[in-house]
Design a binder for this molecule. Structure first.
Ligand SMILES: [Cu+2]
Length: 265
């Protein structure tokens, strides 16, 4: 009689958890989750950086660091979700049905509290990281630097033009000297565009009636791709040009050659 009563008692939470963890499908999900997490970390740390644009400024380095670290941080979440999806698919394929006495995770208070707190921590981390990264010393140093090169950028359907007031030249390629702060004054001649010199890690809207200012300091020599990052009409996808971060001597020679042509490229 006593044994019969024990059998009818509902299992304690501890018994349910250990029974849950000893299930074959749960163990397989953990192993698959660890495997996918490792794959995403390897992709984020060693593979993705090879596909990213060259880093020609500290702002671009900060962008790349954020992409790598956020991939690593989100790897366990993506890994576990992919593992659950794959295990469910395999179970369905084998015709298995879930056991009746499984833990109801969706309404399990400790799981809900842990899941919500971890998500909130990730969001706060992302927010603080972004704010700190946007206020780096590099950006502060370039802001109102007395020796800054000023470039007035105009977006129009569908081309970029660059006016260098101190050099009195207007061009369609963006050449910059290395290790000198740059101030971009950005405006649009028509609809909204977005000025994006990719390898410099800065991007800002070009509006029709107001000038937007951004600062950066290119710190490596290399090729620049300048794109429009705001859908601006039929040929938006072709609204791009190239440029160069180069030595001061090469930059001065480039300026002189354009001045010799009458100041426009
Ligand atoms: Cu555009």
């Amino acid at each position: 009689m006593a044994n019969h009563t024990e059998e009818l008692l509902p299992p304690t939470p501890g018994q349910r958890v250990s029974k849950f963890l000893s299930r074959k499908d749960v163990r397989q999900t953990f192993i698959l989750g660890a495997f996918f997490t490792l794959v995403f970390i390897i992709l984020g740390v060693w593979i993705y950086p090879h596909w990213m644009p060259n880093v020609l400024s500290k702002e671009m380095q900060a962008d790349e660091d954020i992409m790598i670290w956020f991939t690593v941080i989100s790897a366990p979440i993506a890994g576990v979700i992919l593992a659950i999806a794959m295990e469910s698919f395999l179970n369905m394929h084998r015709g298995d049905t879930p056991p009746e006495d499984g833990i109801a995770i969706r309404t399990h208070t400790p799981v809900v509290i842990i899941w919500s707190s971890v998500s909130v921590l990730f969001i706060i981390l992302a927010l603080v990281w972004g704010m700190v990264s946007m206020n780096t010393d590099a950006v502060k140093a370039a802001t109102d630097a007395p020796n800054a090169l000023v470039v007035d950028v105009t977006g129009s359907q569908w081309a970029w033009s660059f006016n260098y007031p101190a050099q009195n030249i207007t061009t369609h390629t963006l050449n910059l000297p290395v290790d000198r702060p740059v101030t971009f004054n950005i405006i649009s001649a028509d609809v909204n565009h977005s000025f994006w010199p990719v390898q410099l890690g800065v991007k800002v809207d070009a509006n029709r009636l107001t000038t937007t200012v951004i600062h950066t300091t290119p710190d490596k020599i290399g090729v620049l791709d300048v794109k429009c990052a705001e859908l601006c009409g039929l040929y938006h996808a072709y609204m791009e040009t190239s440029g160069q971060v180069e030595s001061t001597t090469d930059f001065n020679n480039w300026v002189s050659s354009i001045q010799a042509q009458g100041g426009t490229q």
